[in-house]
Design a protein around this ligand. Structure first.
Ligand code: DAT
Ligand code: MG
Length: 150
């Protein structure tokens, strides 16, 4: 089953939008397999955003994600990565479609509320970076057959 890493970023926590964000992924049908509330250590932020190292926005990005607590989620489902990205909306909130999290609640790229893995490989890798295997729960959800056809 495909996995994706979702982070409700510091602005989402400070603005009281964590429940709304979780609700949208739950309603979509994604299965929660891990969740934790944490202050992100700088080293983890740098590893998570390693692909952006050297870019002008890297330092503000690391500062933002480490500035205040976040809620981190590991979600599972068929097409979990693409589905979550569409639920989140475009990176620039001013270009995000209405109905997406960013399109409904955000205005600026540096305050775009949510992270979601951008490929199946990165979904696996990021869940592994943020969660120990012992923190992930494998569980049969009673309504899985009504969400997953196979
Ligand atoms: P996403 O978060 O949609 O996956 P990304 O992985 O390209 O986007 O970038 C990670 C974060 O870095 C993004 O949420 C906001 C910030 N960022 C990306 N491009 C930026 C830019 N051109 N200027 C400022 N911040 C940027
Ligand atoms: Mg990204």
């Amino acid at each position: 089953m495909e996995r994706t890493l979702i982070i409700a970023k510091p602005d989402a926590v400070q603005r009281g939008l964590v429940g709304e964000i979780i609700r949208r992924f739950e309603a979509r049908g994604l299965r929660i397999i891990g969740m934790k509330f944490m202050q992100v250590p700088r080293e983890l932020a740098e590893r998570h955003y390693a692909v952006h190292q050297g870019k002008p926005f890297f330092e503000p990005l690391v500062k933002y994600i480490t500035s205040s607590p976040v809620m981190v989620m590991a979600l599972e489902g068929t097409n979990a990565v693409a589905a979550a990205r569409l639920t989140i909306g475009a990176t620039k909130p001013n270009e995000a479609a209405a109905g997406t999290i960013r399109g409904d609640f955000a205005l600026e790229i540096g305050r775009n509320l949510v992270h979601g893995s951008d490929s199946v490989e990165n979904g696996q890798a990021e869940v592994g970076l943020w969660f120990a295997e012992s923190e992930l729960v494998s569980w049969p959800r009673h309504n899985d057959p009504w969400i997953f056809e196979g």
